[in-house]
Design a protein around this ligand. Structure first.
Ligand code: MG
Ligand code: MG
Length: 250
């Protein structure tokens, strides 16, 4: 069932979202060659807790850490560990925070040190732009499929792979709620968007083929062809005539 949030609930989600944004601001400062993904996790958790929130993903379906850290050819759900980031890597940090029972969720891909390969920079630019192409479709009267189709049309025009099994989602009292918000789909299909719905829109893109597999740890998802992955996500609330990004600093 899709829940419609009251203005008060959206206020709390806005606070949760701004805490997530503060974590990302910190990530921009600390992500450098030489840092481990476990240290990134520790710093992210510290910022979440200092702001009176709890990490949404810790213990979620058994996930062991506060945030997901997915390096290079890993698409999503990387478990922080002793991996040391190297100059030229890319890393996605996916952050969820729960404030007074309401969640915010935002993933972002960062470059580590000097990334100069135009092919890598293009992947990041296109995936971030795909997020905004999807968000342009978020308004009452449109359908979830309008978001999906806008993302798919844009991303596939660059020849990149969009794994259909990984989707955006509704969000609120739970970090994952109805509806699914796929990154592939037909315009005018799926659920009708209404004022007060809150959703996370999140294109997850491989430079190469969309084929991927889950690691033996049951979490990390990597490309079969070792191609690099990018992922950009915002949580938004649907307003009278569009949307408000909640995972932004006030
Ligand atoms: Mg999400
Ligand atoms: Mg996320």
């Amino acid at each position: 069932m899709i829940s419609i949030k009251s203005p008060r609930e959206i206020e709390l989600m806005d606070i949760a979202g701004s805490i997530v944004a503060r974590v990302h601001k910190k990530m921009k400062e600390v992500i450098k060659p030489g840092i481990s993904t476990l240290e990134i996790n520790r710093i992210a958790e510290e910022v979440i807790r200092e702001n009176g929130a709890t990490p949404s993903f810790k213990n979620y379906q058994g996930f062991p850490c506060a945030v997901c850290t997915s390096v290079n050819d890993m698409l999503v759900h990387g478990i922080p560990d002793h991996t040391i980031l190297k100059d030229g890597d890319i890393i996605t940090v996916d952050v969820g925070a729960c404030y007074k029972g309401y969640h915010g969720d935002s993933g972002w891909t960062y470059t580590v040190g000097n990334v100069t390969d135009p092919k890598i920079l293009k992947l990041l630019e296109v995936t971030e732009e795909a997020l905004y192409k999807g968000l342009e479709q978020v308004k009452p009267g449109n359908h979830v499929g309008d978001i999906s189709n806008a993302i798919q049309t844009y991303v596939e025009s660059f020849g990149y792979g969009l794994p259909a099994d990984y989707t955006g989602h509704g969000i609120g009292r739970s970090v994952h709620e109805d509806p699914y918000v796929p990154n592939v789909g037909k315009a005018g299909t799926m659920e009708l968007l209404k004022k007060g719905m809150c959703i996370a829109v999140e294109p997850m893109v491989f430079m190469g083929s969309a084929r991927c597999y889950t690691l033996p740890d049951g979490w990390g998802v990597k490309s079969y062809d070792h191609s690099l992955a990018a992922h950009y996500e915002h949580t938004v609330a649907i307003t009278d005539d569009g949307y408000k990004i909640l995972t932004k600093e006030d």
